[in-house]
Design a protein around this ligand. Structure first.
Ligand code: FES
Length: 580
């Protein structure tokens, strides 16, 4: 009983497995064809294990083994674990971009969690979109949930040096284009970069989102950084399996864990780890599911007092394995807490405040995790949010991955309507381009591409690379891989396909970037922009059927998390209508 005048307590799963008559027989009998004895229907918590395992998502291809560890924990704690597949949005193979399918994963996982007899859920993710997609789903269903990310790959090793997934792909590409590396050497290097299970081991989007899940309180302390190949990855997965059973009894839900304060913790953590710009879009989308008020400007304001502490590629030198052995995210969180930059009392899936979780965290390598008083980069070096007549809905730049000498820049625009248009000419030795030009790449926003791909950090024109140029200002309405680097302005909103000012810029216009002043503008009068808009027509290549059509009809802009308008908010876990 929950109280003297309360109804007898009955778990959600008992609406299925505790039923009598034909319905109960249907629910139980078909489960018994898997060899589950009648005792598993005795009212114990039924724990779903939502896995994004797939051989088409290489970063998640070991999640079956992680799921087995979770199951051990669930059984140990007296629960009944049931693993089920959700859409595996692997970053490397899916075209046009895995981001097109993040919302589909979130939608599918949400419906599966609600439609089935589950009392709690363990979320198994890894590759970039799988972590936010499952968190969005869990937020909308609001059943007790705990996340276990699959962990990063071991450090890449090539010719005696550490090489980072993603980050070194861009570097090797530039070396190849400049003639300093052969194709044969690239073949060898690609095998050296990915030498174990796991997701990207740079501070790319997957590592960032794993850290965000921990900073939001949805992963157990220390869970974000254990390498996939480390046996302690399985230990923590087992612990999560035990913990979810208790979470169900405590009825501690994502809506209590992921409060506004938890998002503030996550945003500051992202600044401290030099995390991916993609975290902005994903955190906005998760917050949108919970009805937590969060705006693009929050990312700038909250991050400004936070120095970059973690020296990881692409902003720094090391990789996730080093971060883990240095003490991992708990060290960063402890330092933020001691610096007054963390809401210590915010509850987490451990059942304790985040400050208590990390109170004893020790740092074992001060080269990798720097102290607050001697940071890698000073406060305010994280992702900046820009405003101006070129981006009335905002734009972002990852300062820690950009060139200091380009933070204030005024130059001619060289405009390409699509990334493909740029790629068709970028190797032309006669391309009319100078090192101080501003490359404008448009048509890569949520609707325009569609799916907002990671194409913004286009490789520099070959003739400039050969001349030794290493960076240029690039402006785009798309995204950049969290492993990418360069002075790249991203997420320009409204996107060109919606007729945003980016659509109206012409080659030869002067663009002014002022990152310290948080400004991005084009020196074209309002009247001239108005004239150009009158003669502008939207691109004609929008999809007319299928999922891509649905996406284009309903996707929101970057500053709203690029979620679907009809998926905002929480729909809870009540089944809309019983059929039996
Ligand atoms: Fe999957 Fe980087 S490609 S995490």
């Amino acid at each position: 009983m929950n109280g003297s005048d309360a109804k007898p307590f009955r778990r959600r799963s008992q609406e299925w497995f505790g039923a009598t008559g034909r319905s109960g027989m249907l629910y139980r009998s078909w489960m018994r064809n898997q060899g589950f004895g009648p005792q598993v229907f005795d009212g114990r918590p039924v724990i779903g294990i939502a896995t994004t395992w797939s051989e088409l998502a290489p970063c998640n291809s070991h999640l079956h083994r992680v799921a087995e560890a979770v199951k051990r924990g669930v059984w140990q704690a007296g629960g009944f674990p049931l693993e089920f597949p959700t859409l595996a949005t692997g970053e490397t193979l899916m075209r046009p971009t895995a981001m097109l399918y993040r919302n589909l994963l979130a939608m599918e996982a949400e419906e599966l969690m609600r439609a089935n007899p589950l009392d709690g859920v363990v979320l198994l993710s890894g590759c970039d979109k799988t972590t936010p997609g499952l968190l969005m789903a869990a937020a909308s269903v609001d059943l007790p949930a705990i996340m276990v990310t699959g962990g990063p790959m071991l450090n890449g090793k090539y010719r005696g040096q550490d090489v980072g997934s993603g980050t070194h792909v861009w570097m090797f590409e530039a070396e190849l284009k400049a003639g300093r590396m052969t194709q044969e050497e690239c073949y060898v290097a690609e095998g050296c970069m990915a030498r174990s299970n796991g997701h990207c081991m740079t501070m790319g989007t997957a590592s960032t989102m794993a850290c965000m899940a921990e900073a939001l309180g949805m992963q157990l302390p220390g869970s974000a950084t254990w390498p996939a190949a480390d046996s302690r990855r399985m230990e923590i997965a087992q612990l999560a399996g035990q913990r979810i059973v208790a979470l169900v009894d405590e009825d501690l839900r994502p809506s209590q864990v992921m409060s506004r304060l938890a998002f503030e913790n996550a945003i500051r953590t992202n600044a401290a780890i030099g995390g991916s710009t993609n975290a902005i879009i994903h955190l906005l989308a998760i917050a949108g599911r919970l009805g937590v008020p969060l705006a693009l400007d929050d990312f700038d304001k909250l991050a400004r007092p936070v120095p970059t502490l973690v020296d990881l590629m692409p902003s720094g030198r090391y990789l996730m394995e080093d971060f883990c052995y240095a003490g991992g995210l708990p060290v960063v969180l402890r330092q933020l807490a001691e610096g007054g930059l963390l809401h210590r009392d915010q509850i987490t899936v451990s059942g304790q405040g985040i400050g208590v979780n990390v109170a004893d965290a020790n740092c074992w390598n001060r080269d990798v995790i720097r102290p607050l008083e001697d940071p890698l980069l000073p406060p305010g070096s994280g992702t900046a949010v820009l405003w101006g007549n070129l981006c009335p809905g905002g734009a972002v730049i990852k300062q820690s991955a950009a060139s200091a000498h380009l933070m204030r820049h005024r130059a001619r625009a060289l405009v390409f309507d699509t990334p493909e248009q740029y790629h068709a000419v970028c190797d032309d030795p006669n391309l009319d381009v100078k090192a101080d030009d501003v490359l404008v790449i448009r048509g890569a926003g949520p609707r325009g591409y569609p799916g907002m791909p990671e194409v913004s950090n286009v490789a520099l024109p070959a003739k400039l690379l050969k001349a030794g140029v290493t960076d240029m200002v690039r402006i785009c309405d798309g995204r950049m891989s969290g492993t990418g680097f360069g002075t790249v302005i991203l997420h320009v909103s409204p996107e060109a396909a919606l007729g945003g000012p980016l659509a109206l810029v012409r080659t030869g216009d002067i663009i002014e970037l002022d990152v310290p002043g948080r400004r991005l503008s084009v020196e074209v009068s309002d009247d001239e922009l108005k004239r150009r808009r009158e003669s502008w027509s939207p691109p004609t290549r929008a999809p007319t059927s299928g999922y891509a059509w649905l996406y284009v009809q309903h996707v929101l802009q970057a500053e709203q998390g690029a979620d679907f308008d009809f998926l905002l908010g929480s729909r809870g876990h009540a089944v809309p209508r019983e059929s039996h």
